[in-house]
Design a protein. Structure first.
Length: 309
């Protein structure tokens, strides 16, 4: 068993309670200005933590350390507003368009299912699932048992359901990967792919086998689970990115990634390289949405380390 509670749990719980009236009562058109104010206050109180980024990189992104963090914090508060609004009796009137859905339809028509490898941009966890659900797709999502806000017993029982209960509305099933029974979960997902179903996997570093790539003068680490699922079953491996658009969001479905190698290890590495090329393009276009700048150091590090290929 993990820790019972951390001070961060109390902070997150109080933050949710404090933001609940605003999330339920403020019109959604006021959310951008309101959350930008919260982002500025956050950075003013704590100071920007993105000063480690290379000035040349910031120039390429067209931003400064403070502007990047204010934007990042703004979108985090904005995402929390959306999550809390989902719990209101009148719900959240989200405008979500699925662009490129033909790539999913083609994969299903081929009869081998698809692995939806989606980028963990801010807003994506709910918007990705809700957008595909409203488009008529039934998705099985691979998730960590601690997904949400905390890995403590209190956090998993009280805080995380604020998020996971919303996500479950839009999934066929949430398949949680814990310390035990991982093999059973993986076998279940592989079986669903063989029965021409959709499985979604977040593009993160969580996994026993990872690929490492240089990105933005640093190092990105990605788990090989998603490409492994696709290559092991013949399913399509489809990258997905969620971005703001026209007063709402677009769930952008990219063409399936292809590998030419007959060796599984090499084919997985090809898929990771292709995904990272896409990721770079999207991060340059939407730098404030990417969690890599301020996320776990094992996900993206500002320094270079040895690459897997």
């Amino acid at each position: 068993m993990g820790r019972r509670i951390r001070s961060r749990d109390l902070f997150d719980g109080l933050l949710m309670l404090g933001m609940l009236p605003a999330a339920w009562l403020l019109p959604t058109r006021s959310w951008p200005a309101f959350t930008r104010l919260l982002g500025r206050i956050h950075v003013r109180l704590q100071g920007p933590r993105s000063g480690h980024l290379d000035p040349a990189l910031l120039a390429r992104l067209g931003t400064t350390p403070e502007a990047l963090e204010v934007g990042f914090r703004q979108h985090n508060y904005w995402e929390l507003m959306e999550m809390l609004r989902e719990h209101a009796p009148w719900g959240w009137n989200a405008r979500i368009a699925v662009v490129g859905r033909q790539h999913i339809d083609d994969a299903l028509a081929a009869g081998r299912g698809a692995v939806l490898w989606y980028c963990p941009f801010t807003h994506a966890d709910i918007v990705f699932k809700r957008g595909l659900h409203e488009a008529g797709y039934r998705v099985n999502h691979l998730s960590a048992a601690t997904h949400g806000f905390s890995d403590t017993r209190f956090g998993m029982a009280v805080l995380n359901p604020v998020k996971t209960s919303v996500e479950r509305r839009y999934l066929k099933e949430r398949c949680a990967m814990g310390d035990a029974g991982a093999g059973e979960v993986i076998r279940s997902l592989l079986d669903r792919l063989r029965h021409n179903e959709l499985v979604s996997v977040t593009a993160l570093q969580t996994g026993r086998r990872t690929g490492v790539r240089s990105l933005f003068g640093g190092t990105l680490q990605l788990a090989k689970g998603a490409p492994g699922f696709a290559l092991g079953t013949g399913a399509a491996l489809i990258p997905i990115f969620v971005v703001p658009a026209a007063g709402g969001y677009e769930v952008r479905v990219e063409p399936a990634l292809r590998a030419t190698s007959d060796r599984v290890d090499d084919a997985e590495e090809e898929c990771i390289s292709a995904y990272v090329a896409l990721l770079e393009r999207y991060v340059v276009a939407y730098p404030c949405l990417w969690r890599g700048w301020l996320g776990p150091p094992s996900y993206w590090r500002p320094e270079l380390v040895a690459k897997s290929r």
